[in-house]
Design a protein around this ligand. Structure first.
Ligand SMILES: *[C@@H]1O[C@H](CO)[C@@H](O)[C@H](O)[C@H]1NC(C)=O
Ligand SMILES: *[C@@H]1O[C@H](CO)[C@@H](O)[C@H](O)[C@H]1NC(C)=O
Ligand SMILES: *[C@@H]1O[C@H](CO)[C@@H](O)[C@H](O)[C@H]1NC(C)=O
Ligand SMILES: *[C@@H]1O[C@H](CO)[C@@H](O)[C@H](O)[C@H]1NC(C)=O
Length: 361
């Protein structure tokens, strides 16, 4: 039978339209699942476009990264650059501290094949996974989660500390404190300590209009180039909110007296993790938004572009591949119950380059 070109063309158009319609249905389900609210029809159309582009990107990521599974996540309606400027920090190179800041070398005789703070001492050194929402506040979570672990290991107190305090009060970022965990420890040292999340719950990353949201303005030393472009956020911010008065010597639930760094050496980091507790680390998280499972190990991942701060809690081996276990702050339904694995021993994406801990009193 002769099939006319016209008929083939019609068939293709119908197939494409059907595929598009089913993608649109998936997008509607995605919006519902992730409770997405778009400000306008244009914003929603753009989100759908990004979603479609991300479906293609997922196929490509899965092809290029055997051993890692990528798929739809709540960030699937963002382009990579939107994800970068909204959720990640502006990329910066690892900071080299003065020699005295680094912990002395530890004995590395008895390092086990796997280790996980979630399975040590009843898991009290690692609090439940939280969600930073749609704001680049990872550094506040990484910092206070390290302090939570220290507070448990030193005082047997397992308490969720306030990330909001850091976001609202440790705002000077690059010009002073904040932005990076080692700077945030210094803010905490100079400002009595950290209060609890019950006293000042996280609210600034919640979507505008969601129950419980708060959008405190960024203080003026914030530099959009250096600290991340939060101008969309700051355009609708609340000029009347001043929560930092809650931070008093009577209210604080943990106090920090010092901090230290760990040299860029996977074996030393393992020993230090076992000795100290969960450690604050940074990485280049450019391809992490669509991660589902496996060992995150992108071929190209410049370790000098650190844009995300997280918490190192353990390590393991899968097949013959060593990995770190990392707690993220993108909610408990992202990745491996809120965690991800990343290649260990090669400074993958810079993960071994910026390891720090607070010391609590
Ligand atoms: C730590 O606290 C828990 C309950 O909060 C208690 O059961 C346990 O005995 C304490 N451990 C130590 C070593 O004090
Ligand atoms: C954020 O908004 C507030 C209130 O409009 C303004 O005072 C402040 O300068 C803004 N911050 C930046 C970094 O633009
Ligand atoms: C922000 O930081 C960039 C990069 O360091 C610098 O060039 C710029 O002058 C800063 N802007 C302000 C307003 O301080
Ligand atoms: C890393 O530390 C281990 C244990 O201290 C040591 O044996 C090894 O030589 C170090 N590696 C490098 C590259 O310095």
């Amino acid at each position: 039978m002769r099939v006319s070109a016209g008929l083939i063309l019609v068939a293709c158009v119908v197939a494409a339209t059907l595929a598009e319609a089913s993608t649109y249905d998936d997008f509607v389900a995605f919006k519902k699942q992730h409770d997405k609210l778009y400000a306008s029809a244009e914003a929603e159309a753009k989100a759908f476009k990004n979603y479609q582009a991300n479906l293609e990107r997922i196929v490509e990521l899965n092809r290029a990264n055997p051993g890692t599974t990528f798929g739809i996540t709540r960030f699937a309606d963002m382009s990579q650059s939107e994800f970068g400027h909204k959720i990640l920090m502006a990329p910066r190179a690892p900071v080299v501290h003065e020699a005295a800041r680094y912990a002395p070398k530890l004995d590395v005789q008895d390092i086990p094949e796997s280790f996980d703070w979630r399975q040590q001492l009843g898991g009290g050194a690692v609090r439940p996974v939280e969600d930073q929402g749609d704001l680049g506040t990872c550094w506040a979570f990484s910092t206070k989660e390290n302090v939570e672990g220290q507070q448990f290991l030193k005082h047997n107190i397992s308490i969720t500390l306030s990330a909001e305090q850091l976001v609202e009060c440790d705002y000077n970022d690059c010009s002073g404190f904040g932005g990076w965990p080692y700077l945030s420890y210094q803010y905490i040292m100079k400002n009595y300590g950290l209060i609890s999340d019950d006293q000042l719950p996280y609210c600034s990353g919640l979507a505008y209009g969601k129950p419980g949201f708060c959008w405190p303005c960024l203080a003026s030393p914030w530099n959009f180039t250096m600290c991340g472009d939060e101008s969309d956020y700051n355009n609708s911010c609340d000029t009347t909110r001043h929560s930092c008065g809650l931070v008093t010597p009577q209210n604080v639930k943990a106090t920090v007296i010092d901090w230290f760094a760990v040299e860029n050496n996977a074996t030393q980091i393992q020993a230090q993790l076992m000795t100290t507790g969960p450690l604050s680390v940074l990485l280049n998280a450019g391809e992490l938004s669509l991660y589902h499972s496996g060992i995150y190990s992108p071929m190209i991942c410049n370790p000098a572009n650190l844009d995300h701060a997280v918490l190192l809690v353990g390590w393991g081996v899968s097949g013959s591949k060593p990995y770190w276990i990392i707690k993220n702050s993108w909610g408990p339904t992202w990745g491996l119950d809120g965690y991800f694995w990343i290649g260990r021993g090669t400074n993958k994406c810079g993960i071994e380059s910026t390891v720090t801990s607070s010391i609590v009193s």
